[in-house]
Design a protein around this ligand. Structure first.
Ligand SMILES: Nc1ncnc2c1ncn2[C@@H]1O[C@H](COP(=O)(O)OP(=O)(O)OP(=O)(O)O)[C@@H](O)[C@H]1O
Length: 231
């Protein structure tokens, strides 16, 4: 589903990402971990064609993301607040997305209903601009928006950050349901090792832009990460 070939990103002399080869399969819940500056966000940004690679490429369903547009129809992402229209209320924003993606009112309501518990009655119908919401609630809007157009792939950068523990658990449940019921592929970067080990069936550990561990055995993930991060 996703293939990375000879990917490098360099800022002047500094190589911040160097991933010779990586494949992510359909339905995989792929966790991306690593210390500050390891290259997680850079990798996501290149995968979404928000940043140009210095060399190499990313293919989604066989298409190079920097040369084609079709992949945009089935990839949803929330990396940060810049992806939102903060001068709108969440209701206005979801309505705008409904029109962009040509969804019916029923489609939109069905989608938002999935997020009812996650929203905890603080997002919809409040007449509050997105810019005035709490950080956690802004993140909730972004996550729901990323999944609005029935994507096959969802990329989330630090989805658990700023969420309260109840919301973190509700998000994990949502992600697991979507992976099981709809075979969605999730790419999740996180500093929360407990959450990623709980929901991901694969975790890649980046260090200074390179993949130093590719963990696929759920039984060993927690121990391997614990050893690395407690060193
Ligand atoms: N525009 C830029 N110019 C120069 N260096 C950059 C630029 N963008 C990112 N970098 C560098 O690339 C490296 C990787 O950064 P990136 O944000 O991808 O790391 P990260 O793993 O997401 O970190 P964090 O966990 O802190 O969010 C860092 O050293 C960062 O300073």
């Amino acid at each position: 589903m996703i293939r990375i070939e000879g990917l490098k990103k360099q800022y002047k002399e500094a190589v911040v990402l160097d991933v010779p080869f990586l494949e992510i399969a359909k339905g995989e819940c792929f966790g991306l971990v690593g210390n500050n500056g390891a290259g997680k966000t850079t990798l996501f940004r290149i995968m979404l064609d928000l940043v140009r690679a210095s060399s190499g490429h990313v293919l989604i369903e066989g298409q190079e993301v920097s040369r084609h547009e079709e992949w945009k129809a089935y990839v949803g992402a929330y990396l940060d607040e810049h992806m939102l229209l903060s001068y709108l209320t969440p209701d206005e924003y979801f309505q705008s997305l409904r029109k962009i993606y040509r969804l019916s009112e029923t489609d939109l309501q069905t989608h938002l209903n999935k997020f009812k518990d996650f929203f905890n009655n603080e997002i919809l119908g409040k007449k509050k601009y997105i810019r005035d919401l709490s950080k956690g609630n802004i993140k909730k809007v972004g996550i729901a928006a990323a999944m609005i157009a029935n994507p096959k792939v969802v990329m989330l950068d630090e989805p658990f950050e700023n969420l309260d523990p109840t919301s973190q658990n509700r998000l994990k449940k949502l992600i697991l349901e979507e992976t099981v019921n709809n075979e969605l592929t999730f790419l999740i970067s996180s500093h929360d090792l407990n959450h990623v080990t709980e929901i991901c069936n694969r975790i890649v550990l980046l260090e200074k832009g390179t993949v130093i561990k590719d963990l696929k055995d759920k039984g060993l993930m927690a121990g391997e990460l614990d050893t690395y991060f407690n060193y």
